[in-house]
Design a protein around this ligand. Structure first.
Ligand SMILES: C[S@@+](CC[C@H](N)C(=O)[O-])C[C@H]1O[C@@H](n2cnc3c(N)ncnc32)[C@H](O)[C@@H]1O
Length: 245
């Protein structure tokens, strides 16, 4: 299985119980929905959502904006869960890094999916090319500082962390010079490090960085000890707004 197939399989396996554990995604979706709702958009806009998951953002925005929506994800199971929760929009499997679409949109939106892209600037360029002249591409993604406690607990032990190195906001600004970025930072509490790792797996986000060698049971136990119990985990979300005009 290549990495994209691994990511799709992990999210598909998680689709059924995803929302029981997707606390951070719900907080980010609330914030992003407000940002999107504040943008100028035509009446009944044409909207593409990518990486919809079970539809946390869809349910916050579709009833509010109305219009004609194409809601998409890489994972068929996620897409089915989203569709059964909110009939109305059109649902379709789309790899947002290579969107094979011949339509254009007033708005392209996405919550917490772009961190799975192999090449963010390339994907953003392809997506932005599907915008109408006054359109907006608005998405959230994890930025550096996220899971800082998890990373630190590995570092003090000299261990390699399997969580990807998320880009700094400055790096995002450099690679996406046309973007406006709004930052959101919050902490979530966990019983311990094991509960954090379990939550990532529960939502299907446990696929490690390519080439990561899994830690031994003993190494992982030492990471959990280092984190203590209970522990907090920081989420630093970059909300990226790219406007065509
Ligand atoms: C963390 S979930 C977020 C889901 C949802 N937007 C939410 O806020 O709960 C990430 C989603 O992105 C999807 N995804 C990952 N890579 C993708 C890609 N290249 N194209 C489309 N969807 C992708 C996954 O299948 C998964 O449903």
């Amino acid at each position: 299985m290549n990495r994209k197939q691994q990511v799709r399989a992990a999210f598909s396996a998680a689709a059924r119980f995803y929302e029981e554990a997707a606390r951070a995604q719900a907080i980010s979706a609330d914030f992003l929905a407000e940002l999107v709702a504040g943008l100028p958009a035509p009446q009944a806009p044409k909207v593409l959502e990518f990486g919809c998951g079970t539809g946390l953002l869809t349910r916050r925005l579709y009833p509010r904006l109305g219009g004609e929506w194409l809601v998409s994800d890489l994972s068929p199971d996620m897409l089915r869960a989203a569709e059964s929760a909110l009939p109305g929009p059109r649902y379709q499997i789309v790899d947002a890094e290579n969107p094979d679409l011949d339509e254009s949109f007033d708005l392209i939106v996405s919550n917490m999916a772009a961190q799975w892209f192999a090449d963010l600037p390339e994907a953003v360029a392809r997506l932005a090319s599907r915008l109408d002249p006054a359109g907006h591409l608005v998405f959230s993604t994890l930025a550096a500082g996220s899971f800082r406690q998890w990373r630190d607990a590995h570092q003090v032990l000299g261990l390699e962390c399997g969580v990807p190195a998320f880009p700094t906001v400055d790096a995002l600004k450099n690679t996406l010079p046309q973007a406006r970025i709004v930052e959101q930072t919050f902490d979530l509490d966990y019983a311990d490090g094991r509960a954090f790792a379990a939550e990532l797996k529960h939502i299907g986000a446990g696929t490690p960085t390519p080439g990561h060698v899994p830690l031994s049971v003993g190494q992982l136990r030492r990471v959990f000890q280092g984190l203590g119990s209970p522990c907090a985990m920081t989420y630093h979300v970059a909300h990226v707004i790219i406007s065509k005009e």
